[in-house]
Design a protein around this ligand. Structure first.
Ligand code: MTE
Ligand code: MO
Length: 377
């Protein structure tokens, strides 16, 4: 069975599917650590986990250009000998928070909560160094295709691609990572090498990386062509044309309340409650602000941010936030209180208010305000 060699997983990871293994941690735990502990970093696998022996590992690199084809391989030692670069980056699945969008109208896809995201320090060789050493020059028309060692039943690998301009940009911080939070990558997260494409949807961060191709077209894989794309709320399965939409790359701004959790009984402390969560935007855009309301938007309170001190445009890690929200006597007489969070990124992009107008049939890009109803005690 292709599933005979699946790794052991932490009890805190609650599976939304077991084969392939997909799981997220409880959201209340996520908000507690700026760097998500590796043991309960969400796992999103489309296929069985491959077993790769480090001394047998080879990364193929192919460059198709006007001048012809260049091809070489790199082993693990060669990759580790290249200058080591570390970047803090959150990885978020394109389907994060899908379960909230589903409540409007059903969508096809795993029913993720707000925990299909994690923030880590990734270390490895810079892809721009590897490509430049092979003589690759900037060209806006080209793409970089990544393939994994995980194979579907027809022996096709998991695959995805990104524009060459992102791969070659030193500020793009794309790394061939062998460490996650200073530990060797675990099997579930791509041992021995995965590509980290900061600011870009999780699906392009290919694990168990075995092949890189620089070429004039995107990956023709299912996951690049017929999945992870956004559509109008009025597009349904009879009318959808996947060739007409762009594959998701940079992710939109989003946030989530990590504590309290929905239906939690919350004690009001001297007229205040404390709310914590995360916020993140794709494309290296720093989180500028997180606003909270408990009265449906009549009054807003600005949260305190915890974030890395790195320049905007290259701010790939998430921000954690905390807010103390006043609860009026009037509100304390009601049993329920609804908290809303919305984040604003450095381009002043802001989350949409409701899921109705961003609903799409695959349930991706689910970034409306996060709304959590709690009970006051
Ligand atoms: N890479 C390979 N080879 N196979 C996969 O199934 N899943 C992708 C991406 N890379 C996937 C992959 C998706 S959709 C996501 S969201 C991230 O990996 C999840 O990364 P993680 O499991 O390390 O959290
Ligand atoms: Mo994903």
């Amino acid at each position: 069975s292709p599933w005979a060699q699946e790794p052991k997983r932490h009890d805190l990871l609650k599976p939304t599917s077991k084969r392939p293994f997909n799981a997220e941690p409880p959201i209340s735990l996520l908000g507690e650590h700026f760097y998500t502990p590796n043991e309960y970093f969400y796992v999103r696998n489309h296929l069985p986990v491959p077993t790769i022996k480090p001394d047998e590992y080879e990364l193929e690199l192919e460059v198709e250009s006007g001048a012809g084809q260049l091809s070489r391989t790199l082993n693990l030692d060669e990759i580790k000998k290249l200058p080591k670069h570390t970047v803090t980056a959150a990885i978020m699945c394109g389907g994060n928070r899908r379960s909230e969008m589903t409540r409007i109208k059903p969508v096809k896809g795993l029913s993720w909560g707000a925990g299909a995201v994690g923030n880590a320090k990734w270390s490895g060789a810079r892809l721009c160094d590897v490509l430049r050493a092979q003589g690759v020059k900037p060209d806006e028309r080209l793409h970089v295709i990544f393939e994994g060692a995980d194979l579907d039943p027809t022996a096709h690998p998991y695959g995805a691609s990104i524009p060459l301009s992102k791969a070659l940009d030193p500020r793009g911080d794309v790394v061939l990572a062998y460490e996650m939070n200073e530990q060797p990558l675990s099997r579930d997260h791509g041992y021995p090498i995965r590509v980290i494409v900061p600011g870009t949807v999780g699906a392009r961060n290919v694990k168990w990386l075995t092949r890189i191709v620089v070429t004039d077209h995107e990956s023709d894989s299912h996951w690049q062509q017929n999945d992870y794309k956004g559509f109008s709320p009025s597009t349904d399965w009879d009318t959808v044309d996947f060739s007409k939409a762009q594959a998701i790359q940079a992710m939109p701004v989003t946030s989530a309340i990590c504590t309290p959790i929905p239906e939690e009984r919350v004690k009001v402390d001297k007229g205040y409650i404390t709310v914590r969560g995360y916020a993140w935007s794709g494309g290296g855009r720093r989180i500028e602000r997180v606003d909270l309301t408990t009265d449906g938007g009549k009054s807003w309170h600005v949260a305190q941010l915890e974030q890395e001190n790195v320049p905007d445009g290259r701010h790939y890690g998430w921000s954690l936030w905390t807010a103390r929200l006043p609860v009026s006597d009037e509100q304390q007489k009601q049993p329920d209180l609804e908290i809303w969070a919305k984040a604003v990124d450095s381009a002043y992009n802001v989350q949409p208010e409701a899921f109705e107008h961003i609903w799409n049939l695959r349930g991706v890009l689910a970034n409306a305000y996060h709304k959590v109803k709690v009970r006051l005690i």
